[in-house]
Design a protein around this ligand. Structure first.
Ligand SMILES: C[S@@+](CC[C@H](N)C(=O)[O-])C[C@H]1O[C@@H](n2cnc3c(N)ncnc32)[C@H](O)[C@@H]1O
Length: 225
């Protein structure tokens, strides 16, 4: 976790410019995440954004659900500082610096969202335990949606996902930069198979489990309580 924190503390300033080059489908993905929230737009809903980073998801949520109350949680102080600046025109946003794996989920939420963060948890057990805590923190009828890096069900599909990602990187970075990005990714990016995570959701008790968007190794998936 220290390595993940260090990476995002260091890269916070460039994050917004870089993420759309590293993941060219980023904007489609976060739009799909926001569109997956199964509540009417003017409802007053309580939302938790896990690994909020520089606040892109919360900004989209506040545009679509202006009456929502959002709690933004992130490990990296520098990411939270940028999120605070970018989100200052919205009200009812709370910021917490902390690790979601140790977070005390004492409040109840209508919606929990996360984007590109949960794949940093090293073990399958750690990810499943977080999903269990999220489930417990949801109100009945509440929803959890995650936008994240995922592995394919077979080595072949994972290979294709990686090849497409690397080819897309080549459009925005030179050969040396692509190599660096690929090797850095191996250090703190530990995605799990999408199919396994969907099974965990069902085992935990999520209903209406679904994949609402997918482009090779990135997907938006979740369910309701
Ligand atoms: C790739 S960024 C994604 C940021 C934002 N959600 C987005 O989609 O642009 C991952 C973020 O997750 C945060 N993060 C990673 N592991 C975390 C943890 N265990 N607890 C809280 N935040 C975490 C990092 O600090 C970083 O800001």
């Amino acid at each position: 976790m220290e390595e993940t924190k260090e990476r995002f503390e260091k890269t916070a300033k460039e994050y917004d410019d870089r993420i759309i080059k590293i993941i060219p489908s980023y904007n489609d993905m976060i739009e799909a995440l926001t569109n997956s929230i199964p509540f009417s737009e003017n409802k007053d809903i309580n939302i938790l954004d896990l690994g909020c980073g520089t606040g892109a998801i919360t900004a989209k949520i506040k545009e679509k659900f202006p009456n929502s109350h959002v709690t933004c949680l992130d490990l990296a102080e520098n990411m939270i500082e940028i999120a605070k600046f970018k989100l200052k025109k919205y009200d009812n946003i709370e910021f917490i610096i902390g690790d979601f794996s140790n977070f005390d989920f004492k409040d109840k939420y209508d919606v929990v969202v996360s984007s590109l963060a949960i794949h940093h948890i090293e073990t399958k057990k750690g990810k499943k335990e977080l999903f269990e805590k999220i489930f417990s923190s949801l109100k009945d009828g509440g929803a959890f949606y995650n936008a994240d890096v995922v592995l394919g069900s077979t080595d072949f599909s994972t290979h294709i996902n990686n090849e497409v990602w690397k080819n897309n990187l080549k459009k925005n970075f030179n050969e040396k930069e692509v190599k660096e990005l690929v090797s850095n990714q191996d250090k703190v990016d530990i995605p799990s198979k999408l199919i396994d995570q969907l099974k965990w959701f069902e085992e935990i008790g999520f209903k209406d489990t679904d994949v609402t968007w997918k482009y090779y190794g990135h997907a938006v998936y979740g369910g309701r309580k």
